[in-house]
Every structure is written in C-alpha cells, then in structure tokens.
Design a protein around this ligand. Structure first.
Ligand SMILES: C[S@@+](CC[C@H](N)C(=O)[O-])C[C@H]1O[C@@H](n2cnc3c(N)ncnc32)[C@H](O)[C@@H]1O
Length: 310
C-alpha cells in the first residue's frame, strides 16, 4: 500500500505508508545503543519492567508519543487490539501483560512495519500476538470481540479519525476501553509562535525528520505541533470520542516535550557536534533541535454494564 493508495493518506494528505515505510527501513539500518533507546522510552513514560522483558534490539523501534497504557492495566486473558501497531513495541508489551490466555492483534497499513513487527515478535518469542496489514478504519474483527483497544500516536493525525473511533467502539465489548497516547495540537506558545517543522516526534521518528525531497508536503506539515498542525486539539479529540459514543473518559497529564531533551536526541546531537554532523543533514539537525510537541494519555470506556474497575 506504499504506492500512493488514497486510503494511506494521513490527515494532511501525506502518504502515511510511504513515510513510515521509509522510517522503519532507515531505522533498521541505524545503530542505536539499546541502553539509550531504553532511556528514551522511559522518558516517554514506559515502565522499565515492560522494557526489560523485551529483547534489547526491539527497543529502538518506537514511533509513539508516550505509553499508551499509562492510564490502565492490562489483565491476564484480555484480548487487545493495537491500531497502528508499527514495529510492534506496544503490542509486544501488551502480549506479555495479557499472558498466554490473552491475545493481541496489531493492525497497521504500512507493509514494512507489519514485516518488522512480525520479526520482532519472533525475536521476543511472543506467540499470543499477530500482526495484520489492515487499516484501522475497516477492521476485520467481529463486533464486541475485544477488551481493550490501544493506539499510540495514530488517531490524532489520521485522515478519518471519526471512522477510526467508530471502528474502535464497534469492536470493543460493552465496558471495554480505548487507551491511547497521542499528540494534540499545542499552544503556539510552545514553539514561541514559530513554525516547528516537526514530524511525528518519537525516538523512531528522530531518524526520519521531514525530508520533502520532491517538494511535496511531508509529514512535517501534518505532524507538527506548532501552528498549522494537522493534529486534533485536545478539545476536538474529546468531542470526537463523545460523538463516537464513548462514555466515561479519563485524561492523563498533558506533556509538552522538546525532542532535543530526549536521551536519544541528546546522544545524536552530541555525536553530531563531535563528528561533523554524524551523518545527519543540516535539515535533520535543525529538526532535532527545534521539534516540540504536546502529548496526552486518554482512557475512554465503551458504555456497558461490565466496565471493570481500572
Ligand atoms: C506514530 S507510528 C506509531 C507506531 C507504534 N504504535 C509505536 O508506538 O511505535 C503510527 C503507525 O500507525 C500506522 N497508521 C497510521 N494510520 C493508520 C491507519 N489508519 N490504520 C492503520 N495503521 C495506521 C502507521 O503506518 C505507523 O506504523
């Protein structure tokens, strides 16, 4: 689907599959110190225990904005759907949490991501997880067949967020929960009112800053957190959840993050200082220094009598 299928277009017309296909291919070739990747994920809000249970080489494959299950606990035996599962990090963490009696399904529209996620699952020895090349707006899953839907930095910038929320609600059982980390458009004060030129800001994304080689709009115009961002505002996000039919909603603290403060960016910037750019283009360096974004964790329940205590 990387070849320009319109279903792959993100909220601002970016070819999502092509962009993420390039990002994961480039990341696969990059040498990333697993200890730095781990620090980066802790910085984003992940639990050390979850990370330490995974093979260290998997940790560099993060493209998210935070810990998508920061507001809830996954329980043994639960069925989890990860929408936009990328290279599988969150699905693999979930797979361990739900245990052998549970099951995790990751869906993603980028073929290279699905391939890498399957490879990472093999590395992790996870047998209760599967990855499917599917878009989140038409899920091949039965109604009410899932306990938890997770998603990390996908819905806010999607071409059709309403459709994704509706599908998530449909497949959730009554009382089931949607638990996400996502980027929301930030107050322009965050970037001092200046355009940030940021892309999806995550440790994986660090290696794929906006590069509009061919002059087309890049993910920068979509996934920036400064003015003109293609992200939903928090208010729009909550509105869409309510309109889709979600009931109780809990919000985690909103965090305004600068990529240059992340352990991985610090390491890259240090090596760039020491070695004339360390292979980074001036545009990439500028991006690392300037990218700022606003991330939030949201937990939303499908109405129903069986809503579990969190
Ligand atoms: C920001 S990355 C997050 C990946 C992963 N959740 C993580 O945290 O590393 C977004 C992922 O969602 C996928 N994606 C974006 N829109 C999608 C959609 N409508 N349906 C399925 N996957 C989608 C992209 O291909 C990409 O792999």
């Amino acid at each position: 689907m990387s070849g320009g299928d319109p279903r792959s277009r993100g909220g601002c017309g970016v070819d999502t599959a092509a962009w993420y296909g390039r990002a994961v291919t480039r990341l696969a070739q990059a040498r990333v110190d697993p200890a730095v990747a781990r620090e980066d994920l802790i910085w984003l809000g992940y639990d050390a225990e979850d990370l330490d249970a995974l093979p260290p080489e998997v940790l560099k494959y993060s493209f998210g904005s935070g810990n998508p299950v920061g507001l809830t606990r996954l329980r043994p035996g639960e069925v989890v759907l990860d929408v936009g599962s990328g290279a599988g990090l969150d699905a693999l963490i979930a797979a361990r949490r739900v245990g052998p009696s549970g099951r995790v399904i990751g869906v993603d529209l980028t073929p290279e991501m699905v391939e890498k996620a399957r490879e990472n699952a093999r590395l992790a020895g996870a047998e209760n997880v599967e990855f499917r090349l599917v878009t989140g707006d038409s899920l091949p899953l039965e109604d009410a067949s899932v306990d938890v839907v997770t998603s990390n930095c996908v819905l806010s910038c999607a071409r059709a967020p309403d459709r994704l929320f509706a599908e998530a609600l449909r497949v959730l059982r009554p009382g089931g929960r949607l638990t996400v980390s996502d980027v929301v458009s930030a107050p322009s004060a965050l970037s001092g009112g200046a355009p940030t030129g940021s892309s999806c800001c995550s440790s994986g994304g660090l290696l794929e800053p906006p590069a509009p080689e061919d002059g087309r709009p890049s993910a920068a115009s979509c996934c920036g957190s400064g003015s003109g961002s293609g992200f939903l505002s928090l208010e729009q996000y909550l509105d869409k959840l309510w309109q889709a039919g979600f009931g109780r909603i809990e919000l985690g603290p909103r965090r305004d993050l600068a990529v240059r403060d992340s352990p991985r960016a610090r390491a890259l910037l240090q090596s760039a200082g020491a070695a004339a750019g360390a292979g980074l283009t001036p545009q990439e360096l500028a991006w690392l220094r300037s990218c700022v974004y606003s991330t939030v964790a949201i937990l939303a329940y499908k109405p129903g009598p069986a809503a579990p205590a969190n």
